[in-house]
Structures are given as C-alpha cells and as structure tokens.
Design a protein around this ligand. Structure first.
Ligand code: NCD
Length: 358
C-alpha cells in the first residue's frame, strides 16, 4: 500500500529499516515509482518485470518493434548522476533509456560541477532534476538517492529516483537483473523455487549480495550458502532479515566443498575500495576463486554468475563453458532496466498489448 513520503520528517524516515521504507516508494497503482531498495519488490513484481523484459527483448528483434519502443518515452528525459566509478551500469541504463527513446544527460564528475565550488550534493541534484523527468543515481555515500526522493516529495516536481548503487548498502537494479537471469536459467527446471544458491567472496561489503539475498526469500525452499572468510562474511542485519523471513541459509568459509550442490554460484570480487586507511581486507583467490578444474564438479545444469567487474576470482578459461552466464547476465541487465523504466512511467501495458512480438 502506498504511503506519502511528504508526510515524514527526515530523521523519522532515515531511521526506518528498508522494509518500513518500501511502501513510501510505490506509485498509486502498485507500480514502483522510486526504485531505492530491493525490499520494495515482491514475487509478483519480479515475475511481472521478468515477463515484460522478455517481451521487450523479443520485440526489439524487429525494426518495427524497436521503433515502437523508441516512441514510448520520447517525451521524457533522464539524468544519470553517477559520481562513483561505473561504466557497465552507467551504459546499461543509458542504453535502456535510448531503447525507450528517452534522451539522457549525465553528471560523472563533481569536479566539473558547482559541487566543486562548495555547493551541497542535495542542491546540485535538485538543480539538475529541474531539467529532467527521471533521476538515476550511483553514489559512494549510501542514502543520497533516498534523501533526494524525500527532498523531491516536498517540491512541485517529485521526479522518480532510481538507485543504481548506493554505498555498501543496496543495488536493487542489479538484484533485479540477477533474479531475471535466474528466472531464465531455470525456466525449464521449475523456476527458482527449490534451488541452492552459493554466494562467494566479499559478502560483507558487496551491495549486490545484500540486495539479491533478500529477493531470493520470495521463492519457496531456496537454500542460500554464503562462503567467505569470517572477516568478510555476510553482515548481521542481512542475516537477521533472512532469519525473520524464515529463509534457509548457512555460512561457511569453505567454498570448494559446496560447489557440487549449487544450482547457481554467485562470485564477487574483493571490495577493497572500502578498506579503512591502513586496513587490508582481502581473500585468497585460490580459496574463493572459481578455476577450470571446478567445472568438472559443477552440476551440468548449474549457472555461474558474477555482477562484474571481476579481478581473478573467475579464471578467464571458464568463460567458454556454457554454464558461465555472466555476459548474458549483463545483457539481461539492459532489458530488465528497460522493463523497469517503462513500468515506472506506466508503459508496461502498452508494451504487453502492442501485438508486436515476433
Ligand atoms: C557491482 C557494484 O557496483 O556494486 N558492479 C555492478 O554494478 N555490476 C559489483 C562490484 O563493483 O563489485
């Protein structure tokens, strides 16, 4: 049920957990309006988005289909405010906007904006928002996207905000593309229900794992295994949420022995950009890396995923194996973002009812 963000003072809103916040991000009709936390998506929403993404990708195979898509949001403009390093997610969103005919503007470097002159981030984003109809944000400091949604709710231009990665906290659209990849991978095997998902690497500071592990609780009998050295193991707030949801999960520091039982393995890199001065938290790729010899113990129909960028945690020789789906996973990201943006602007029905699928 929708709640109005404009009625809350910042402190009250800021202190809420993602579950309490989620209803404030929904639109009138149950569609997402802002996309800020994974907790705002239930299973029905995940299925609807996946179906829409597949419809779009089929439609995009013909010139007529592409023309139709490019006409849907020609009258809207998007701003990408990406002040944290990104090219993959940045271009994925850019391409998604382009597919929908939406012109985009960008801010990549605050050194060339008035933030350099001491302007607050809040004032800069609010200024830029006055030229655009959708703000897509990636920021090193968690919480700015939520703050902006809260600020906009107090103005006469409450434009939607999409979180494209906030600090160490959330990456909801990556989780959507990961779920879409799992949906497609298990399409002929009873879907995601009943599957074993093995997460590996820096699970403490990787925001993609924090968002995805929650979405997996919407599926029946899923077992999640988190393999990491103890100092990089899944944070306690995520574990609490999993417990509360009655999700089945286990923690281990032993990756290799769990490979044969996994239906999907989700590798991650060390997130050492978050090391404090003088700190060096890392893991050994010999212990938490996927090597060619692991292919022989991996189930024949399992999938190997990675949000990328990778360091050495997956050997490049593994790329040729059909179970390595990380390149497909990226392309899925573009399609799910098309589906998401179309849904935010209420164009989902136009796509589903166009009759243009090849
Ligand atoms: C991830 C991120 O930025 O959190 N990358 C991405 O969006 N695909 C993962 C990472 O940087 O390790």
């Amino acid at each position: 049920m929708k709640k109005f963000l404009g009625t809350l003072d910042w402190e009250t809103f800021h202190r809420m957990d993602p579950f309490q916040k989620a209803p404030y991000f929904q639109g009138e009709d149950g569609r997402p309006y802002h996309v800020l936390v994974a907790q705002q998506f239930d299973r029905a929403a995940l299925e609807a988005l996946g179906h829409l993404a597949t419809t779009v990708r089929r439609m995009a195979k013909t010139e007529k289909g592409m023309d139709f898509l490019a006409g849907l949001l020609r009258h809207k403009r998007a701003m990408l405010y990406f002040t944290q390093p990104s090219s993959r997610t940045f271009l994925s969103f850019t391409a998604a906007c382009q597919i929908l005919g939406m012109p985009v503007g960008e801010v990549r470097d605050t050194a060339v904006s008035s933030e350099f002159k001491g302007e607050s981030k809040e004032d800069s984003v609010r200024t830029f928002s006055s030229y655009y109809d959708l703000i897509i944000m990636r920021e090193k400091d968690g919480g700015l996207a939520e703050r902006m949604a809260w600020v906009f709710a107090r103005t006469d231009r409450p434009v939607p905000v999409v979180n494209a990665g906030s600090g160490k906290d959330q990456h909801p659209t990556q989780a959507l593309l990961d779920i879409y990849t799992l949906q497609r991978s298990f399409e002929t095997r009873g879907g995601i229900d009943g599957k074993v998902i093995l997460f590996v690497g820096d699970l403490l500071r990787g925001r993609t794992v924090r968002s995805l592990s929650w979405l997996l609780t919407h599926y029946r009998n899923v077992h999640q295994i988190f393999a990491a050295p103890p100092e990089l193991q899944l944070a306690s707030d995520v574990q609490e949420a999993l417990k509360k949801a009655g999700a089945s999960y286990e923690l281990t520091d032993d990756f290799e022995t769990h490979i044969p039982e996994a239906d999907a393995i989700y590798m991650t890199r060390v997130q050492d950009e978050w090391d404090l001065p003088g700190e060096r938290r890392t893991f050994d790729n010999r212990k938490y890396g996927f090597r060619v010899e692991h292919l022989s113990v991996l189930k024949s129909d399992a999938v190997l995923m990675h949000p990328f960028p990778r360091r050495q945690e997956i050997a490049v020789e593994v790329d040729a194996d059909p179970r390595a789906v990380y390149w497909r996973q990226m392309r899925n990201g573009m399609w799910i973002r098309v589906a998401l943006i179309a849904t935010i602007f209420g164009k989902d029905h136009d796509i589903l009812e166009s009759g243009l699928i090849s």
